[in-house]
Design a protein around this ligand. Structure first.
Ligand SMILES: C[S@@+](CC[C@H](N)C(=O)[O-])C[C@H]1O[C@@H](n2cnc3c(N)ncnc32)[C@H](O)[C@@H]1O
Length: 267
């Protein structure tokens, strides 16, 4: 990376999680930093309602990217953070969910260390937690699931080389991020490696936001369900016996005015 000569005391970069979208799920620390820094560098998944909380005069740089379509290459994002900090700015690098869960926060922190820039990581509520609570699906439950795994459906080399035997274990919850485009293959692989085809699956689109949608099916039916309902990214996929609780615990969510419940769990 080409770095401009240092002429000032470096600023600081805050790698901050903005949570799944509902502004009330921001941490107090994230909110405070949003009022105090000099520049905001933010991702596509940061909701409009959250951006509205940033002072109107603050400089903002959008570096949003979607799967396969990097609007600003990661290398350039790294350079932007480093250049701003070396010019003495306090930079808020705001990301959806938690910066250290499939958010490239680790890669960006490494770059900052290598450039000698002070930084701090502020955690956010990750999508799995937002999706689970708003769909009425506990990620663990003593009767159904003793462990939970977060996996990505979008690998760097575009393959789906995951540890399928481990992910297919019964009585364990699997949450797949960035998996909506590969849901049919994910379901097939899990069945092939021994997970029951009738295992319930929920897809939660834009969890915690006014237009969130929840679609429920089984490993066998879920790909058809999401196609039928036109569900697109961003969405989190929850797979496992705990999804059966959606029928019982998902009632509170139905009182939220704008929630659209698209499908009930097939018996
Ligand atoms: C690049 S990853 C970022 C994850 C983020 N760092 C986190 O902790 O949630 C993007 C993926 O997060 C999930 N995601 C982000 N926001 C979401 C939301 N509001 N509802 C459901 N899933 C979401 C989707 O699977 C999306 O493809």
């Amino acid at each position: 990376m080409k770095i401009s000569p240092v002429c000032k005391k470096p600023g600081v970069v805050y790698l901050v999680g903005a949570g799944p979208g509902d502004p009330e799920l921001l941490t107090l620390k994230a909110y405070r930093l949003m009022q105090e820094v000099d520049v905001l560098v933010y991702d596509r998944l940061v909701s409009r309602e959250i951006l509205d909380l940033v002072p109107s005069g603050m400089r903002r740089i959008a570096v949003g990217k979607s799967a396969g379509h990097h609007r600003v290459p990661q290398q350039r994002i790294n350079e932007i953070m480093v250049e701003l900090a070396l010019s003495g700015k306090r930079v808020l690098r705001l990301k959806g969910g938690d910066p250290y869960v499939f958010g490239r926060g680790g890669e960006e922190a490494e770059v900052l260390v290598e450039a000698g820039i002070p930084f701090e990581v502020v955690p956010g509520i990750t999508s799995a937690s937002g999706a689970s609570s708003c769909a009425g699906i506990p990620l663990t439950h003593r009767d159904y699931s003793q462990s939970v795994t977060f996996a990505t459906g979008h690998l760097r080399d575009d393959s789906l080389n995951l540890d399928w035997p481990a992910l297919a274990r019964a009585h364990s919850t699997l949450v797949v991020y960035m998996g909506i485009g590969k849901l049919a293959t994910i379901a097939e692989k899990l069945i092939e490696h021994g997970r029951d085809a009738g295992t319930p699956v929920a897809v939660i689109h834009r969890a915690t936001q006014p237009d969130q949608m929840v679609v429920v099916g089984t490993l066998e039916t879920i790909a058809g369900e999401i196609e039928a309902h036109g569900i697109k990214a961003p969405a989190s996929i929850i797979i496992g016996e705990v999804v059966a609780l959606h029928g019982k615990l998902g009632t509170l969510e139905q009182t939220l005015p704008e929630l659209v419940e698209l499908a009930a769990l097939s018996a």
